[in-house]
Design a binder for this molecule. Structure first.
Ligand code: E4P
Length: 218
């Protein structure tokens, strides 16, 4: 499963990329606001930090013509930009036009398997089902992932399932077990994956015994 960082914080992206943990990055207007930076500049910087890896940059127009106008600007930033569009009829129309033209498209704000089916028919590169926001409504967001996996496999759709709105490590574990293609998570959640109390306890015990040997390495 590919790991994308769901952030516009370039320090976090650099750190995770240096550790070899990243396959791409996703941003959205809220994350751009949080970063407090110019949208086009920060997307360009992210594209340089993770060359060749998909970097999702979201258009904010709601009509097809407006989306196409913004997509023209956004996709010129770098070859690895994936234009992010909302799951609306105008978004799907934009998705079709852009993917027909060889541009990667991430269709976002997906909350049903039928929506995911439409995105695949429109040729989306990625579909972003939001599991955390779905959980918030009292529904198990991971059911959405298994439904989409089943449907995409039934018809051999090439659209990649990009699990979004990931809130905790269990979302990531379940995504991998269900065969999601990609997950995008905040850097803090990705860092949580490394933590285990027995790892910490083991390190402490080894350090204590090593100190008793009185030796050094090198
Ligand atoms: C996905 O691309 C979105 O940016 C993101 O995962 C939304 O997550 P949230 O529900 O935590 O805002």
């Amino acid at each position: 499963m590919k790991f994308f960082a769901d952030t516009a914080d370039t320090n976090d992206i650099r750190e995770l990329a240096d550790a070899g943990l990243l396959d791409g990055v996703t941003t959205n207007p809220s994350l751009i606001h949080k970063a407090g930076r110019n949208f086009l500049e920060v997307v360009a910087e992210i594209c340089e930090i993770v060359p060749g890896m998909p970097v999702s940059a979201e258009v904010v127009a709601l009509d097809h013509e407006g989306m196409m106008r913004e997509a023209e600007i956004v996709r010129k930033i770098a070859d690895n930009v994936a234009v992010k569009v909302p799951l609306t009829i105008d978004g799907l129309k934009t998705c079709k036009a852009l993917t027909d033209d060889g541009t990667m498209v991430n269709v976002t704000l997906c909350f049903s398997a039928n929506q995911a089916l439409l995105a695949a028919k429109a040729g989306a590169t990625f579909i972003s089902p939001f599991v955390g926001r779905h959980d918030d409504t009292g529904y198990d967001g991971m059911n959405l992932i298994s439904d989409i996996r089943l449907i995409y496999d039934n018809y051999d759709f090439a659209t990649q399932i990009l699990v979004a709105s990931v809130r905790h490590p269990i979302h990531i574990l379940e995504s991998a077990k269900l065969g999601a293609d990609v997950m995008t998570a905040p850097p803090a959640v990705i860092r949580q994956l490394v933590k285990h109390p027995l790892t910490d306890k083991g390190i402490d015990a080894f350090m204590a015994d090593w100190a008793k040997t009185g030796q050094t390495i090198g």
